[in-house]
Design a protein around this ligand. Sequence first.
Ligand SMILES: [Zn+2]
Length: 213
Amino acid sequence: MRKIAIVVGHNASAQGAVRATDGRTEYDWNGELAEQIRALNPAQVRVFRREASRSYAAEIRAVYDAVNAWGADVSAELHFNAAPGATGTETLCATERGREVAEPVQRAMVAVLGLRDRGVKKVGPGDRGHASLVAGSAPAVLLEPYFGSYVSDATRADECRDALALAIFTALGGVNARDVAPEPPVDATTVAALQAEVARLQGVLAEIRALAG
Ligand SMILES: [Zn+2]
């Protein structure tokens, strides 16, 4: 089962962009989304948070070192966009392995949210998000499902947050905990054989008792 690292973008003291609807920050809103994704299969998903550090580089290094130490097979950092008048969904990657992860996640988010498809964007050194996308060993993506600065985007994200969590989880290779097959039941033949063995051993025990008596 693929190990999925969900990294919450930004940190507690610099929480990123703010939503036009309710003033909630990226760090706050995505912290909840991350926990929703994890709840779908806590054995498969771990949530990582960035801690404010001496430098941005050190902050990114520290969190992706933790992602590596856990042995993640894939990582996704959660954000939302902000820009005057802009709307839509986009996914960032920095490598071809990242793009293979990004394409299905982008499709899944667009299908759920129904916002403008801004596509998968491959970023280079110095571009927004690049440091996060190359810091870990696993293929990495950075998600911008909507523009928090755009009222109807933020409203839509709230309306379908459960579905968004499931879409991201599934597209990253998540297997829903409740869909994992239970242990196969013991069949009737096995039960009959065990009962016969118990009867035989009870007979042996009775003989031993008789001899001892
Ligand atoms: Zn952000």
